[in-house]
Design a protein around this ligand. Sequence first.
Ligand code: GLN
Length: 486
Amino acid sequence: MELFFKNAYELSEMIRNKEISSRELTESVINRIEAVEDRVEAYTTLTKDNAIKTAIEIDNKIQRGESVAPLAGIPIGIKDNISTKGITTTCSSKMLENYIPPFNATVVDKISNAGMVITGKLNMDEFAMGSSTENSYFKKTKNPNDLSRIPGGSSGGSAASVAAGEAIVSLGSDTGGSIRQPASYCGVVGLKPTYGSVSRYGLVAFASSLDQIGPFGRCVKDVAMLQSVINGYDKMDSTSAYREYSNLSDNLKSDVKGLKIGMPKEYFGAGIDDNVKTAVYNAVKQLELKGAIVKEISLPSTDYALSAYYIISSAEASSNLARFDGVKYGYRTKDYDSLIDMYEKTRSEGFGDEVKRRIMLGTFVLSSGYYDAYYKRAKQIQKRITSEFISSFNDIDVIATPTVPSTAFKIGENTDDPLKMYSTDICTVTINIAGLPAISIPCGRDEKGLPIGLQLIGNKFSEQTLLDTAYSYEQLVGGFKMPAVL
Ligand code: GLN
């Protein structure tokens, strides 16, 4: 197998045993990018020279016999809403097209301290608003399983790069499903961690109470390793959870004997494709045959989740995006007569349609006449959804659902129908609303050969249980296969 398609945990062994150098691996990934990027379009910025430089530094350290962290020398791509010092951080928006942050996000410091090799910044829906990466100002990323289809979103570049071998692992962000949904569409593994377990310092905010950075990989172990690098308390993020974080990959075990899995009936109703349901049922059945105990549960408020999510997230977005006014940083319109005129023109020209739609919706639901009818009620629903999840974890360990109702759709198929686009998030938004961790892993393909995702949801800070369950399934099916179309 080519180096660029191997898993990070194998490659890191090879690097530390001096079977390969990080430079060889990095060049393999860069050559792969050169071969397929014009078709996949996963990156907004490439940092090839810096990548080679870091790789050589790691190789030299290893040559000198110095100890290096487990993922040292491994190429990683970063979603373009995570601040990277000296490297453009555009959020795939015209507004930040030329913005170069003067600081690193905490996660970027962490992966750099671990010796990881940054290959570049990854395309996304503008300001992380979207489900297909079609809302990027720069380009449309393609699904490596079928180039006529979307890779999902908003972290479409993060999922597609890993599926296509253009990165070994990557970082994305998830506000309502943006890690899990593209992971499902592209056939890779994606983890949305517990709210507060990964620092948001340096992540450009979409909806601060829901946003969370998380890892993508081609296998569960890689995701566990990367999560162990990025998690932990950070005094720079006031919502960071102060607690002990144990190493998730060292403790990974494939044993589901006695594990109680709940299947919420509301996630298997109308609107979920039959082939998705069948694949998810079959996956859970296999875990049951290995000793898991499966039962049906009910989460009755699920029906209200999408409405609550789009109200809360848009309300927060309208406030967070107020900072892009042409004064402090980013785009500024060329001709204007007054300060107000400058604000108006800058924001009209700098933001795309979807971002404007969210700002208008958010401003509306927070306005004095409508606050009680919309925002307040959405917050009440959030409470109900959260308490239904928490009480269901009194007698189950893990909840299993589809990640997305159907497989990847064609580019352009849903662009004129925002509601249809929003409905792809039906199975994922509840988890952000409740602040829980959830992982998406591949669990089969439909008749067109497109990947289907299984979502496993756990109680707060139960990442180890989720990863163990995912790892058990991966062992049962003999690993996940990457697409061969490229
Ligand atoms: N698709 C959802 C939205 O557009 C989720 C986005 C996200 O998780 N960043 O809001």
